[in-house]
Design a binder for this molecule. Structure first.
Ligand code: PLP
Length: 381
């Protein structure tokens, strides 16, 4: 257990909630979830499924109509042609990373993961006994990994490479050229890739590009995705993975050993999400784009801060290096003095020192209030 980490977003959220219970007003820019309601047709499908008696255990890897709907959706959206038999549905997308890493990694293995990156990658890899090998994402490279640097980190022991694009916490996205070079490396060095594409639909510049677009990659890639972000369904706990054939049976066994299956009525709602109208997603992305402009421009006006414009997801990752205080100190200060909950970049790896992560899944009005409070707090340093 000593090797298992945690996610600072949930810790800061708990601290912020405790302050709210004491009467403090807090602006929440810490937790990574859309503040939009799940679209009505999806909620209706869940209610209808409950009324129709979908209240029992279902097959461990997911009900067939949903696995088929996932395969169809991936093909329709131009992402991947796959057999529904390779799709596994889980309660949220997190189990996809947990099960993939547990199925593949053990002591003596190495796993390359982005730094800064989603903190669970490093936590679960360490838990499995394997060694996390961070690949730096540098601000001067637009927070994208450098494929040459990545190649220098691959050894005989490298078992898995974890990619996330669009990226949490930086909002960056890998380019076609980056992915082409990474795919060639994965094939040459016989690596398995975990492609975390949970933010694929939330793109502001260009369209989504995937490592799966390259020949030879679908056979060696686990695609991680789900409903949480695209359809504003974080609390429903619905995710899926598409696995290379050899991993389907072991991962299904992990599902049986841990959660048995994913909620039956939720899976019917998930079908409605994939087959229903796409405008709610477009509306959400348009609103997030508007907020992105407000927060990026606002942060860049605060002396001592600078902030790149994210290409996807709903996070900004401004540098506070010029202020000369550790990111964890800035996180505490902003919560206590400004009433703004945000996350220190170090919650995402050592490479996050000197940065803060703000989620802009909050109203423009709240973002403007937060910007004023942040500016006033830092002006007082
Ligand atoms: N992957 C990344 C990069 C995330 O940021 C998150 C959630 O914050 C997840 C996966 C997990 O998503 P879910 O809520 O579906 O488990």
């Amino acid at each position: 257990m000593g090797r298992l980490g945690t996610e600072s977003a949930f810790e800061v959220l708990a601290r912020a909630r405790a302050m709210e219970a004491e009467g403090r007003a807090i602006i929440h820019l810490e937790i990574g979830e859309p503040d939009f309601d799940t679209p009505e047709h999806i909620r209706d499908a869940a209610k209808a499924a409950l009324d129709a008696g979908h209240t029992h255990y279902v097959p461990a890897p997911g009900i067939l109509p949903l696995r088929e709907a996932v395969a169809d959706f991936l093909e329709r959206t131009g992402r991947l042609r796959t057999d529904p038999g390779r799709v596994i549905v889980t309660p949220g997308a997190k189990p996809i990373m947990f099960f993939t890493i547990l199925a593949l990694c053990e002591e003596g293995d190495e796993v390359i993961l982005p730094d800064p990156g989603f903190p669970m990658y490093q936590s679960i890899v360490a838990f499995s006994g394997a060694r996390p090998v961070p690949v730096p994402l540098r601000e001067r490279n637009g927070f994208r990994l450098d494929p040459r640097e990545l190649a220098s980190l691959v050894t005989e022991r490298t078992r898995l490479l974890i990619l996330s694009s669009p990226h949490n916490p930086c909002g960056s996205a890998l380019t076609h050229e980056d992915l082409e070079a990474i795919a060639a490396l994965a094939i040459e060095r016989d690596l398995i890739v975990l492609a975390d594409e949970i933010y694929w639909a939330i793109r502001y510049e260009g369209s989504h590009t995937s490592i799966l677009d390259f020949d030879g990659m679908p056979e060696r890639t686990v695609l991680l995705d789900g409903w949480s972000k695209t359809f504003a369904m974080t609390g429903w706990r619905l995710g899926f993975g598409v696995f290379p054939p050899a991993l389907v049976e072991p991962v299904t066994r992990l599902v049986v050993n841990s959660v048995s299956c994913t909620s039956a009525h939720g899976q019917h709602a998930a079908i409605a999400a994939l087959t229903g109208p796409w405008e709610p997603v477009e509306r959400m992305v348009a609103e997030l784009r508007r907020r992105r402009e407000v927060i990026v421009d606002g942060l860049n006006r605060i002396p001592g801060l600078h902030c790149l414009r994210p290409e996807g997801a709903f996070y900004v990752f401004p540098s506070i290096a010029e202020l000369g205080l550790p990111a964890s100190e800035a996180e505490r200060l902003l919560l206590r003095r400004a009433g703004v909950a945000c996350l220190a970049g170090t919650g995402f790896g050592a490479g996050g020192e000197g940065f803060l992560r703000f989620s802009y899944a909050n109203s423009v009005e709240s973002i403007r209030l937060a910007l004023n409070a942040i500016q006033a707090t830092f002006a007082d340093l």
